[in-house]
Design a protein around this ligand. Structure first.
Ligand code: UT7
Length: 328
């Protein structure tokens, strides 16, 4: 069909929060954080910097790389767990900030699996009779604003960032699509292991929800860890087995960057450790931005070439998970 990845972009806030900084905030240590998670530092947005600001910066970088004018975009999907506000959606705010013309804009809630859900959705819409021609799929997260900075079991994990992927249909039926294969899924039975309980219709914001820290991330760490490895390995195996390309053709495997131990466990079980990319040590877990950060780093450093295959895989609150086999 000719639907290709035309550009990538990322935005990372300037301020760095190191493990040494965290040692002054909660009862933790650099040694614990590094051995349990691999994370050394993460970036934190300023008080006034919003999810849409970061998303717009990442989108502009992708548009510039692709040589595409924002006015020619006809679909914007923003995946986020930290929208600027409940409504309007963040995608519409991004549309205004990048100067795009009126087009389809919506947010997508799939937590850390958001970029994979977003690429899957955008591809479906572009390949459908609706024929969207140029799409921006963005993962943007200001997780610092829903992090409980007094809870050592979660506050050491997360960081802020945004990443964008620009898709374009070149209209040439002989051009192979970027989307070689994909699998996305969810199981709501595990919804209570990773959530932010306050602020929605179940627990509208009140003095009580604030007092009870309900507007922060709550996570059952070990259970999430176990499900993460299981769901990501399963999704990758299914895709690799049914892909009509030899395994050797996969140049990179990019798992969601939550924890190097999860990444290493996935790499070992797939038996492709040398292909696995990771940057969790520099950014922490940036949820739906994490895979896009990796893609953009690889792309801009010349480590991705035309027709390379890249396997991206994620899991997140929901529990959601998914894997895509991308053709670069
Ligand atoms: O994007 C998806 C979202 N989340 C994830 O992917 C996270 C998945 N889970 C994990 O990455 C890991 O479970 C964690 C890194 C969160 C925790 O590692 P763990 O090896 O599962 O540790 P644990 O929760 O079993 O805790 C072990 C100990 C506990 O102490 P006791 O009860 O054994 O005395 C914790 O209180 O470590 C303690 N602990 C800490 N100690 C120092 C928990 N957090 C900290 C900390 N510093 N920051």
């Amino acid at each position: 069909m000719g639907i290709r990845i035309k550009g990538t972009g990322r935005y990372v806030p300037e301020k760095i929060l190191t493990n040494a900084d965290l040692e002054k905030m909660v009862d933790t240590s650099d040694e614990w954080i590094v051995t349990r998670t691999g994370i050394k530092e993460r970036h934190i947005a300023t008080a006034t910097e919003t999810t849409s600001d970061m998303a717009a910066a990442a989108a502009n970088a992708a548009l510039e790389m692709g040589g595409v004018d924002a006015k020619d975009i006809d679909l914007i999907i923003v995946s986020t767990t930290t929208p600027d506000m409940m409504f309007p959606n963040t995608a519409s705010i991004v549309q205004k900030k990048i100067g795009a013309a009126p087009c389809v804009c919506f947010d997508l809630a799939a937590a850390c699996s958001g970029l994979i859900y977003g690429l899957n959705t955008a591809y479906g819409m572009m390949a459908s009779p609706l024929k969207y021609k140029r799409a921006l799929v963005i993962g943007s997260e200001k997780l610092s604003c829903i992090t409980d900075w007094s809870d050592r079991s979660t506050c050491v994990l997360f960081g802020d960032a945004a990443a964008a992927v620009l898709l374009e249909n070149d209209g040439n039926p002989d051009t192979p699509d970027f989307y070689a294969d994909g699998l996305v899924s969810a199981d709501g039975n595990f919804g209570d292991i990773l959530l932010m309980p306050g602020g929605g219709s179940a627990n509208p914001a009140s003095h009580e929800t604030v007092d009870q820290h309900m507007h922060f991330i709550k996570m059952g760490g070990p259970k999430t860890f176990q499900l993460a490895v299981h769901s990501m390995v399963d999704a990758c195996r299914t895709l690799v087995e049914r892909a009509s390309i030899p395994r050797e053709k996969i140049r990179w495997v990019i798992p969601h960057q939550a924890n190097w131990r999860i990444i290493s466990a996935v790499a070992a079980r797939l038996d492709m450790p040398e292909k696995v990319y990771q940057n969790v040590q520099r950014y922490g877990n940036t949820s739906s931005a994490s895979i896009g950060l990796c893609l953009d780093e690889l792309n801009r450093s010349g480590q991705l070439e035309k027709d390379d295959y890249v396997l991206i895989v994620s899991f997140g609150a929901g529990l959601t998970w998914g894997a895509l086999l991308l053709r670069w």
